[in-house]
Ligand binder design. Structure first.
Ligand code: BEZ
Length: 260
């Protein structure tokens, strides 16, 4: 099985991800309350990364499996939690061996630019009445960062739009896709979550190198440095304060049930 980050770097550095971007799963703990896992339930963690939230689900007594499309993430997750099942899989194509009570997904679906395919897989994987609990970047997510990146890339002659690996839907758009597939959407919220980046002054550069590498891949090292410096310069007045960078995250959080 796999969740998909194929539109973005498959070769993420899982150590860097785990050490410098821990906020990804730390914020996800809130989503676990919405999942409300119960002992004995079969649950899939779609886009499990290095496995921290998968483990939290396992600790409730649920039978959980984590999937991710990045081999380095799966390798790290297996090292971190050898007692939990992890597998490589793509969110657009995965299948499960037995119907699940719930599919959980944190900070993954904004990497899946074929949402209908992922939603169809989630639907297939669930029992009738099963639930889908997801949070990811929604409409307006990292708007300031994206705009600054587009402008900086234009200066070096690159049109950014075709390189953009992200999908940030509105509540209306994503709920409609879920309903068309046969889900009842019982809860949906879009909210701002300004997120402090670790590594202080280097926070924005590190974030760009980790998460925006598809935009930088075709550039020389000098051009990459130029783009990153220009992004920092233009965002400094709004996203840098007291030695810390903040990313202008906006989350879409959804609870939907497969119609029984
Ligand atoms: C996010 O979590 O919203 C996100 C992370 C990396 C790139 C784009 C969005």
């Amino acid at each position: 099985m796999t969740s998909d980050r194929s539109q973005c770097p498959e070769l993420w550095d899982s150590d860097l991800y785990q050490d410098q971007h821990a906020f990804v799963w730390q914020y996800g703990e809130d989503l676990l309350k919405l999942l409300n896992p119960k002992p004995g339930e079969y649950i899939l963690d779609l886009g499990c990364g290095t496995g921290q939230l998968t483990e939290k689900i396992a600790l409730t007594g649920a039978k959980v499996m984590g999937i991710d499309s990045a081999p380095a993430m799966i390798e790290k997750a297996k090292q971190n939690y050898p007692h939990i099942l992890f597998d490589l899989a793509d969110a657009r194509y995965f299948q499960v061996d037995q119907p699940l009570d719930a599919v959980f997904s944190n900070a993954t679906l904004h990497w899946v630019k074929e949402p209908k395919a992922a939603i169809a897989c989630v639907y297939q994987a669930l029992k009738p009445g099963g639930r889908f609990v997801a949070e990811f970047g929604g409409k307006g997510n990292i708007q300031a960062i994206t705009q600054a990146l587009y402008t900086a890339l234009e200066v070096v002659g690159i049109t950014a739009e075709p390189l953009n690996p992200w999908y940030f839907p509105s509540i209306g758009e994503y709920s409609t896709l879920l309903e068309q597939q046969g889900f009842d959407v019982t809860y949906a919220i879009l909210f701002a979550r300004p997120t402090s980046l670790a590594e202080k002054q280097a926070g924005m550069a590190n974030w760009l190198q980790m998460f925006a590498s598809t935009f930088l891949a075709g550039l020389s090292v000098d051009q990459q440095t130029q783009v990153i410096r220009q992004v920092e310069q233009s965002l400094k007045p709004t996203l840098y304060s007291e030695g810390t960078w903040t990313a202008d995250y906006k989350r879409l959080r959804i609870l939907a049930f497969k119609v029984a």
